[in-house]
Ligand binder design. Structure first.
Ligand code: PEP
Ligand code: MG
Length: 847
């Protein structure tokens, strides 16, 4: 008996092979082993041995130990399709390696973006030994230091009958099988073949040209280096040889045809650009930063850099780019330390980090080495990356395109401008009362605006969650994202009125309209100032109903802002912010640390609603791989996903429970669409609570899918509270993608269909005396607030800057009137009719 310890080939966290999203590996068809969610980017030898095969895509190789145990190392899932891109071989076929020797380096960020998953598999097998394999699962490991697999090998018993058959029977040969998968015979088809072959007692071989290999060994098959377009045959010898070929050949052909399949990419559909408002002088977009402003239009013109395509001396160009990157890095670090606002500072720190992203730099240096100039290489690399990002449907991810273009320009300016130092220090200057229009406004441009002169920003791209929008909010500049593209054609100097709360820009104002817009602006500023003064007062309607006004947060910093703004609770902690932009899930301790910090800030008397991970579909995590989905918003998202990955879910629940003694913790499940999901998720919380002897917490449901609203009474019998996610509820009720800026205006939460679902939700909850909050954007829309109150909502939760104004608004409302208004709205046929109703209430004029 021999023993072998296999060490971690990467830093990372080990994952049970059975749970990974690849049926071939998870089903044990390749062999036994473990998977690792990597946190480092050089795959190192996990044991001593000889490199016996390297896949031509350089994403996988096998080692054979002195005892004849084969260890397959496979970086990522379906990475064969990357055709070697992002992988750099650090060893060679036949090399003898020791533990810790580098084998394959890979481009981490490139794989994060382009691979189905980064999960890396370590699989052991042996053709002549029986193996007992004990994996270490769920452990944070360090490369070359921690053991991840303990292997015991014993000699296999000989099977006498089989041998007799082998000796006497004739060898049968199959017809030729064409390898149709262009990526060749990688681990997946190899595993299918080996597992099929193992079902038979006969010896089965795969033959390519004059080489053959044991078809029961994945590593032996991979050693044949079979490429797309090659032809192979199978040979079998033994008592069941004919049956073996009869079964294996079709299975192999099927595996080949499946391997060649690719999930089709969704085709973008062009939507004709019709004005979204019936008034041609009103342009509509997404509210990105509240406030009102009157001023004159100015079009932001992005810097244009003259870029020569080629350069004679690559070494000099490499040096130029390296110097510019280093200088920009220093500038950004300095900038981030100078800025007092933590959120703004974090944006520039992130930009500094992006400069060393090897996905960008490797590509740019590669272009330079092929004869391109530093500026051309950097420009092309950043533009391609920004374009890829801007086509993602997640507003969080697509908004990063603006950040990439920002660092692109920073470097181009350093490369092209001899006086760059002075240029970059000069803030953008605009005349007084400017409403700035841009296709995309880089965060650094917003930060350098003279706030006193800028009355508003309107961008045709971006979203309310972009860094540009965040900066506008912290600077108190009204802003609109994703405004109609015709905004770019408005002549400079046109008088305009921007309403950042409604997301509207009115142009061509008559003198009278301009005067009344100015008045509105003044009133809004006065109101805001008064609201700020009264921020600490409760939000009690005139007739005495108290509405709990909470904040939506994604960090400890946001939680501080909620309290500063007079927030009485946290109505939504979007915990996914803890999980994004990293190679492995945050550990239980790391999560607990953040939850505890926020819980302590709030204290025992304030409610803290923590939403469990709402990720999936278009917000992928490299360490939580999911198959590509044609309709990600209708796929594995929210609670569906976490119930399917209970390790991550349970870890999060335990981390939340660790904060339970510090605040009034409420756990909330996102995207519940079925009663069973609530029961299962609740049971998990109760199990973990019992195991930890943790204090009791409240358990709630986000109502963001029509089915949940329709069965609200059943859900309320099991849940302690609801919070309505009107962003998703609107999206799913109206079947309109919330990230599609062309649908901004009509994807309207004031549609009576959405209002009726809110009504049903409240009725279901109140039947069981449970409270209902709203944490979608509607909660901070002043037009919607009277309706929400009239529909019976008990709590509103919103981005911190909106808290003082909404509290003030609630104090001006009368519940009776709100109820009457809501009842009327419920009977109306369209969102437009609801808007008209609200307008007539304000002006007293009925349409
Ligand atoms: C919502 O859908 O309204 C909501 C608050 O959740 P999110 O915006 O995070 O999807
Ligand atoms: Mg939602």
């Amino acid at each position: 008996m021999t023993k072998l310890d296999i060490y971690a080939p990467l830093d990372g966290t080990t994952v049970d092979l059975k749970t990974i999203p690849d049926e071939v590996f998870a089903g044990g068809m390749v062999g036994e082993g473990v998977s690792i969610a990597p946190a480092s980017s050089v795959l190192k030898a996990p044991c001593a041995g000889e490199v016996i095969n390297i896949h031509l895509s350089n994403h996988a190789l096998s080692l054979r130990t002195a005892d004849g145990i084969d260890v397959l190392l496979h970086i990522g899932l379906d990475t064969v399709s990357l055709k070697g891109k992002g992988f750099h071989l650090k060893t060679s076929l036949g090399a003898k390696v020791e533990i810790g020797d580098p084998l394959i380096a890979f481009d981490f960020s490139f794989l994060e973006k382009n691979a189905k998953s980064m999960l890396t598999e370590i699989i052991v097998s042996s053709s002549d030994k029986a193996l007992k394999v004990t994996p270490v699962i769920g452990k944070k490991v360090t490369v070359g230091t921690d053991v991840i697999l303990a292997v015991t090998a014993t000699a296999k018993d000989k099977e006498p009958q089989e041998n007799t058959a082998l000796d006497t029977d004739e060898e049968l040969t199959s017809w030729q099988i064409k390898i149709t998968d262009p990526t060749g015979f990688h681990a997946r088809p190899a595993a299918v073949l080996a597992s099929e072959a193992k079902k038979f007692s006969s010896a089965v071989k795969i033959v390519k040209g004059d080489k053959e290999a044991d078809a029961k060994s994945v590593t032996a098959i991979m050693g044949l280096d079979i490429k797309g377009g090659d032809s192979v045959t199978l040979k079998a010898k033994g008592s069941d040889a004919a049956d073996a070929l009869f079964d294996i050949v079709p299975a192999l052909e099927l595996a080949m045809s499946k391997a060649g399949e690719k999930a089709p990419l969704p085709t973008p559909i062009a939507i004709p650009l019709t004005p979204l408002s019936s008034d041609p002088n009103t342009l509509v977009g997404t509210p990105a930063s509240e406030g009102k402003g009157t001023g004159k239009i100015r079009l932001f013109t992005p810097a244009v850099f003259k870029v020569e395509e080629t350069a004679a001396n690559p070494a000099a160009e490499v040096k130029k780019l390296e110097d510019a990157l280093a200088e920009a890095h220093t500038d950004l670090q300095e900038l981030s330390t100078k800025i007092p606002d933590a959120k703004q500072a974090a944006i520039f720190k992130a930009h500094a980090e992006m400069l060393s992203d090897t996905a960008l730099t490797d590509k740019a240096f590669g272009l330079i080495n092929s004869g391109k100039s530093a500026a051309f290489a950097w420009n092309k690399t950043c533009e391609e990356e920004a374009n890829n990002l801007s086509h993602l449907s997640s507003p969080i991810l697509s908004a990063r395109a603006a950040d990439i273009r920002d660092i692109k320009n920073r470097i181009l300016s350093l490369l092209s401008n001899a006086n760059a130092k002075e240029a970059k220090e000069t803030p953008l200057s605009y005349p007084d009362d400017t409403i700035l229009i841009a296709e995309e406004l880089p965060p650094s441009a917003v930060a350098s605006l003279d706030k006193a002169k800028i009355k508003g920003l309107a961008m045709t791209s971006g979203s309310a969650t972009s860094h540009t929008a965040i900066l506008a909010k912290t600077l108190g500049i009204p802003a609109i994202a994703g405004i109609e593209k015709r905004a770019l054609e408005i002549p400079d100097g046109t008088l305009a009125f921007i309403d950042g709360s409604k997301g509207t820009l009115q142009i061509n104002l008559s003198a009278k309209d301009f005067a009344s817009a100015l008045k509105e602006e003044e009133q809004s500023q006065e109101k805001h100032a008064a609201a700020l003064k009264n921020a600490a007062l409760p939000a009690t309607t005139k007739d005495g109903k108290n509405i709990d006004i909470g904040g939506n947060v994604g960090s400890v910093f946001d939680a501080e802002k909620v309290l500063e703004a007079g927030g009485e609770s946290i109505g939504l902690l979007r915990s996914e912010f803890l999980f994004l932009d990293r190679a492995a899930a945050p550990s239980e301790d790391e999560q607990a640390d953040t939850y505890i910090k926020i819980a302590k800030l709030l204290g025992k008397d304030k409610k803290l609603i923590i939403r469990t991970l709402d990720i999936g579909g278009d917000k992928p995590l490299s360490y939580l791989p999911m198959p590509a989905e044609a309709n990600p918003f209708l796929g594995m998202r929210g609670i569906r996903l976490t119930l399917a990955h209970q390790d991550i879910f349970r870890t999060q629940i335990r981390a939340i429970l660790a904060a339970a003694k510090y605040s009034d913790i409420h756990i909330m499940f996102p995207m519940i669409s079925r009663y069973k999901e609530l029961i299962e998720a609740k049971q998990i919380v109760l199990d973990e609570q019992k195991k930890l002897h943790a204090p009791k917490v409240k358990i709630g449901v986000m109502i963001e899918v029509p089915s949940a609203a329709l069965i609200a009474d059943s859900l309320a019998s099991e849940a302690d509270f609801f919070s309505i996610g009107t962003n998703d509820l609107t999206q799913y009720t109206l079947a309109m993608d919330r990230g599609n800026s062309d649908l901004n205006k009509i994807a309207d939460g004031l549609h009576p269909a959405v209002l009726r679902l809110i009504k049903m939700t409240v009725a279901g909850a109140h039947k069981y005396k449970k409270f209902v909050g709203v944490c979608g954007d509607m909660a901070s829309n002043p037009a919607a607030v009277p309706l929400l109150l009239g529909l019976g909502v008990d709590e509103l939760s919103m981005a911190p800057p909106s808290i003082p104004t909404i509290k003030e608004l609630v104090r001006e409302l009368d519940m009776k009137k709100c109820e009457q208004l809501a009842n009327k709205a419920l009977e109306l046929p369209s969102a437009t009719a609801v808007h008209d109703l609200l307008q007539s209430q304000k002006t007293g004029v009925k349409k």
